[in-house]
Design a protein around this ligand. Structure first.
Ligand code: GZL
Length: 320
């Protein structure tokens, strides 16, 4: 028994002596956009779990979708002299001044899931997916699915001025490019929410002969697609059949819709952006290692062929 105790204390001692590369004891300010979608809520949950696991003191600020609230939060974190700032920037512009202040204060800034137009030397790294690629995968799936058939598409865009809205639109247009039979006939922001997604889809259906003139919906996230599916059903049409539905995020509820035949495809976005950000922070704090300016997360296409019920069950346990 004595040997075991000696071994245990030696291990603990070694851990203390050499220190770990962990972020234990660090204070990190996290400016989150809000909780506009199921994906965003999962990102918040996972960020808090990651901080807890790593012994980080996380100062959390919810901006209720307003950039001015994010800027206020960043200034408060700077005043508190936090060790690092994580921010999911609601829009891409208007960050130069506050990021300059963080740089001045020598506080590293990590962007989560969205990028900014500011100079790259104003932030440590951006942990995001390839947002253009996501849109392109969605467009290519639709082109392959409809073949040569004429297909009028309506598009629900994300938050105006956000990098996902800009890049997912660009990527989708690349994906359907060269297919003259595919045409985006209406495109409007649904602000990444279910409510707005439903509202805007209702207006599209009304404007397009009750939806008879619409072949497909492309939504920049699943939450808007789920809202739009409700509107399509209330208009007496079958989502997934009369109107194909393709979106992005791969949140659990889109797999329920797929299992019911009401949605067709989604491109997965991991809500665990904080894990890679904390890893980069730990490496930086340990020995000054600088991460690449972009830490890219994976994107994967799911369709009805991928056992949506099973994927739903799996996803339910992952922070959603
Ligand atoms: C994309 C992320 C988007 C999600 C939405 O990286 O910023 O914001 O796709 C969320 O669900 O609202």
């Amino acid at each position: 028994m004595k040997i075991l105790k000696a071994l245990a204390s030696a291990t603990i001692l070694a851990g203390c002596m050499f220190g770990s590369a962990s972020a234990a004891g660090l204070v990190v300010g996290f400016s989150q956009i809000g909780s506009e979608s199921g994906w965003r809520a999962a990102e918040t949950t996972l960020t808090k779990q990651q901080a807890e696991k790593r012994g980080v003191d996380l100062k959390f600020a919810d901006a209720q979708q307003k950039q001015e609230n994010q800027i206020k939060a960043l200034r408060s974190f700077i005043a508190q002299k936090v060790d690092a700032i994580f921010v999911a920037p609601v829009v891409a512009t208007g960050w130069d001044d506050v990021l300059g202040e963080a740089k001045e204060a020598e506080i590293p800034v990590f962007l989560l899931d969205r990028t900014v137009d500011s100079s790259k030397d104003l932030y440590m790294t951006a942990v995001t997916s390839d947002l253009v690629h996501e849109g392109k995968v969605a467009g290519e799936w639709l082109a392959k699915t409809v073949g040569d058939k004429a297909c009028n598409i309506v598009e629900l865009q994300g938050t105006t001025g956000s990098s996902p809205a800009i890049d997912r639109k660009k990527g989708f247009e690349e994906g359907i490019g060269g297919h003259a039979n595919l045409k985006i006939i209406r495109s409007q922001t649904g602000d990444f929410t279910r409510t707005k997604g439903k509202e805007v889809m209702e207006s599209f259906l009304k404007a397009e002969d009750g939806g008879k003139n619409i072949c497909a919906l492309y939504a920049h996230n699943d939450d808007m697609a789920v809202g739009a599916i409700q509107a399509i059903k209330e208009a007496g049409l079958k989502p997934g059949t009369d109107i194909l539905v393709v979106s992005i995020d791969a949140v659990p509820d889109i797999f329920l819709a797929m299992a019911a035949g009401e949605a067709n495809a989604t491109v997965e976005l991991t809500p665990n952006m904080a894990g890679p950000a904390f890893d980069a922070l730990e490496a930086f704090k340990k020995d000054g290692t600088l991460p690449p300016k972009w830490i890219q997360t994976e994107s994967k296409l799911y369709t009805q062929a991928d056992d949506p019920k099973a994927v739903y069950e799996l996803k339910k346990g992952l922070g959603y």
